[in-house]
Design a binder for this molecule. Structure first.
Ligand code: SAM
Length: 241
């Protein structure tokens, strides 16, 4: 596992962990982000315009998808078990659930205006290929938006966030998940998430992956309390000259 991705076996392990925690997913997110997770999601979702065609990759239980107000939304998710949680939350007239992975997006080239990865990009097994796929499905001038826990490469904030993920997240998740359920788990699934956080490099890695795939105007902004980042990049217009 490194900043580019992971093996298929490691990926399966991450997916198993995610499916295991699914019923407690949002409660844990709320605790470990001190209640900020949905405020971050709302702010990021506001990047999409009502007239946009939008793709969200790694939509899981739909916690980000439900904030998207655009006329046509595709929610792509590899796990049927996770997307089953989203069925009641989402408006079927506007939102289409798709089964698949970000590395092979089941949509035509140049068919969407915005692509969002909300707390999902670091779980992809091949982020280079996924970034290229995001560029492929975007229309010219369209935008990719990646949001995840902040991970600056150095400085006091980097240290603080690392300490939080390593030492605060495991006990907080134990508070959120009933002990009866935890006893059934063969291992602590949240350990897997600490691993993916540690492996994904830094926030600059997301920027670099987007630039290498061919995105322009790549930039990152910190969200409230600097606990998460939103990295954006545009699909360049083709030159007519
Ligand atoms: C932490 S959840 C995020 C769910 C939701 N977007 C949110 O904001 O809470 C990560 C999601 O990414 C999905 N995922 C993992 N690997 C993926 C891949 N290769 N392609 C697409 N989605 C993937 C997982 O199944 C999971 O639903």
């Amino acid at each position: 596992m490194d900043h580019q991705g992971m093996t298929r076996t490691e990926w399966r392990d991450v997916m198993d962990a995610m499916e295991e925690v699914a019923p407690y997913y949002e409660r844990v997110n709320w605790l470990i982000t001190f209640g900020l997770v949905d405020r971050w999601r709302k702010k990021v979702a506001a990047v999409a315009q009502p007239d946009d065609v939008v793709l969200e990759i790694g939509s899981g239980p739909g916690n980000f998808t439900r904030h998207l107000v655009s006329r046509e939304v595709y929610a792509l998710e590899p796990s049927g078990e996770l997307s089953a949680f989203s069925k009641e939350l989402l408006d079927p007239d506007r939102i289409t659930l798709l089964r698949g992975v970000g590395e092979k997006i089941p949509l035509a080239s140049e068919s969407v205006d915005k692509v969002f990865c909300s707390f999902s990009f670091r779980d992809f097994y091949d982020r280079k290929v996924a970034a290229e796929e995001m560029l492929r499905v975007l229309r010219e001038g369209g935008e990719a938006v990646i949001v995840d826990m902040a991970k600056p490469s150095e400085g006091p904030l980097a240290k603080m966030l690392e300490m939080h993920v390593r030492h605060m997240v495991p006990p907080l998740t134990r508070m959120a998940v009933p002990s009866m359920v935890r006893e059934r788990w063969a291992r602590d699934p949240y350990r897997t998430f600490v691993k993916t956080y540690e492996a994904y490099g830094s926030t600059e890695v997301h920027e670099d992956l987007l630039k290498r795939a061919g995105f322009s105007d790549v930039s990152t902004e910190y969200l409230e309390l600097r606990g998460a980042t939103m990295t954006r990049g545009k699909k360049p217009w083709k030159s007519t000259s």
